[in-house]
Design a binder for this molecule. Structure first.
Ligand code: BGC
Length: 567
């Protein structure tokens, strides 16, 4: 297969609301992204993915769309969006946008018509959404149709008095699910996607794309995810979109399916698939869940990090897509905690663990996605008051924790460790009061550590996290590591993260201690022929089998192959 542009690119994910404010309203905007394009390019990145920019009541920060063909006034205008495209393209950069296909806002005109029997367009739009009558309980009282639980923690059903029935929403009540079985919905969604293609976007990240089909028998279940996620028919809808809209253009399509199997992943994003180009799965994202915790359960239950699980996941996906598709590499996005707080150490070993994590990811083959602020080691929030949080999910889950018997402080700690707001705080550009993000009070509190952790400071330090990201990303480009071949070692080792990858001129060997405990790792024949290229500790001993907590080294050796086939 000839190389496609997205196989050579590096992506930077921008959470628009928190990246850069330029009009002093405390909210990031499109002009802010334009202002920082050179910053992003300087890092070695050429594609920017922006989180939803559409008009929205912002119940879920724009994932609840009120008008698919307009820009939220919080973020600017359609002209600002066009300017972003042309400024990016002038720099040979690409812009991909988040396209929300599973649901709309409850303030979208389609839903306003659907929920109101007196609306002139009621009959046209009623079946754009999914309605079910109340279920009668044993006492003869009306109840929710099923006990399905939404991804944000409450019921998936909300009652609509004027129609005396319930609508389905697998996220918040302000995000009613579209009925993809209705051909008119598919026509309407294709039209809005076409609108952005015509404007010149370079691709889409298709939000929540594995949820498009539902089990229309609506069986009773709790939580019932199997009835509204990953149902086979959603592939048909994705394929319809792809054949009609994506394949005729040279677009990058990124889909997400958190728990896709190997077979499913290839169906989504194998080279001969007609759905996505890249698949985001979440397998490595929660390798530290304490299954015994039933007070703040599931992803909220922080346990110890299982390094073998993370390595196995990386190794598995490299193998799944070898020759059959293309890997996407990322530590986390806007839905997971900050990686240095999550798998590293945001206190004593902040810099060292951030670099260790960078070494472990950014030499692997595939297309990387760097999440804004990761390049300076931004950390989880330091909030002490529930009202500091912003995410809709936080408040439902806080209530659930309390119901499970959690004390306030236990619930707050679970939020600080795991909630999505951790990854959504304003970008830390400098040490000024609002971190250079805005001159006004930001929509969400800046992390208190911005006086130490910020771009300006790190740009002046030769061995900062920012400098290392820049070096690694440029090395990645120069060595064409996106196209490398990888071998993982000692997958069962409970501390070491070790792999070797082929580059254009050198082979690279990464040996990292992924834990906060000292580690012994026999180097023996592994480093024969290799010299130490870089390490995240001062005076690293190239030949020493002893690794300090989070110590990581990259060795390399020059080869004289012309092709990169090693394994
Ligand atoms: C997004 C979330 C969002 C949800 C609903 C997910 O795929 O990443 O941030 O809340 O979809 O749109």
């Amino acid at each position: 297969m000839p190389t496609r542009w997205w196989q050579d690119t590096i992506i930077y994910q921008v959470y628009l609301r928190s990246f850069q404010d330029t009009n002093a309203d405390g909210i990031g905007d499109l002009q802010g992204v334009i202002k920082r394009l050179d910053y992003v390019r300087d890092l070695g990145i050429d594609t920017v993915w922006i989180s939803p920019h559409f008009d929205s009541p912002m119940d879920d920060n724009g994932y609840d769309v009120r008008d698919f063909c307009n820009v939220s006034p919080d973020y600017g205008t359609l002209d600002d969006f066009k300017a972003l495209l042309s400024e990016a393209h002038a720099r040979n950069m690409k812009i991909i946008i988040d396209m929300i296909v599973n649901h709309t806002s409850d303030e979208h005109p389609w839903f306003l018509a659907a929920k109101d029997p007196t609306h002139p367009d009621h009959t046209t739009f009623r079946d754009f959404y999914i309605w079910q009558p109340p279920r009668m309980n044993d006492q003869g009282n009306p109840e929710r149709p099923t006990s399905w639980v939404s991804w944000f923690g409450g019921s998936t059903w909300t009652y609509n008095p004027p129609t005396n029935d319930y609508y389905l929403h697998i996220f918040s009540a302000k995000m009613p699910d579209l009925n993809w079985r209705n051909p008119a919905v598919r026509v309407a969604m294709k039209a809005v996607i076409q609108f952005w293609i015509d404007l010149g976007v370079d691709g889409f990240r298709l939000d929540a794309s594995n949820h498009l089909e539902k089990n229309w028998d609506f069986p009773e279940a709790n939580p019932g995810y199997e009835h509204f996620s990953n149902l086979p028919k959603h592939h048909e809808y994705l394929e319809e979109l792809s054949r009609a809209l994506f394949e005729p253009y040279d677009l990058l399509i990124i889909g997400e399916a958190g728990s896709a199997s190997r077979e499913e992943a290839l169906r989504y994003a194998g080279y001969d698939s007609h759905e996505f180009n890249l698949l985001i799965h979440f397998e490595h994202c929660w390798a530290d869940i304490d299954e015994a915790n039933n007070v703040t359960p599931g992803k909220w239950a922080k346990g110890s990090v299982d390094v073998t699980k993370i390595k196995r996941s990386f190794a598995k996906w490299q193998q799944v897509f070898a020759n059959q598709g293309w890997n996407v590499l990322y530590w986390h996005n806007h839905d997971q905690p900050r990686i240095v707080s999550h798998y590293g150490d945001d206190a004593i070993h902040h810099r060292r663990s951030a670099l260790m994590l960078a070494y472990c990811l950014y030499l692997l083959p595939g297309t990387p996605i760097v999440y804004y602020g990761e390049e300076i080691g931004m950390t989880n929030v330091d909030y002490t008051d529930l009202s500091d949080f912003r995410d809709v999910e936080v408040f439902t889950e806080y209530g659930n924790f309390k119901q499970n018997g959690a004390h306030h402080e236990t619930a707050m700690q679970a939020l600080r460790d795991r909630c999505r707001d951790n990854a959504r705080t304003p970008m830390q550009w400098d040490d000024s009061p609002h971190a250079g993000f805005s001159t006004a009070t930001p929509w969400m509190k800046v992390n208190g550590n911005h006086s130490d952790i910020n771009v300006k400071t790190q740009q002046k330090q030769p061995d900062s996290i920012w400098q290392t990201y820049k070096t690694l990303l440029h090395l990645r480009k120069h060595e064409r590591l996106n196209h490398g071949k990888v071998t993982f070692y000692t997958l069962d080792h409970e501390q070491a993260f070790v792999y070797c990858v082929t580059g254009k001129t050198h082979d690279y060997l990464v040996i990292a201690n992924f834990t906060d405990k000292p580690m012994r790792y026999p180097l023996d024949s592994l480093i024969k022929d290799y010299t130490l290229y870089v390490a995240n500790v001062k005076n690293a001993q190239a030949k020493s089998p002893r690794f300090a907590p989070f110590e990581a080294r990259i060795y390399r050796h020059q080869h004289n192959r012309t092709s990169s086939a090693m394994i």
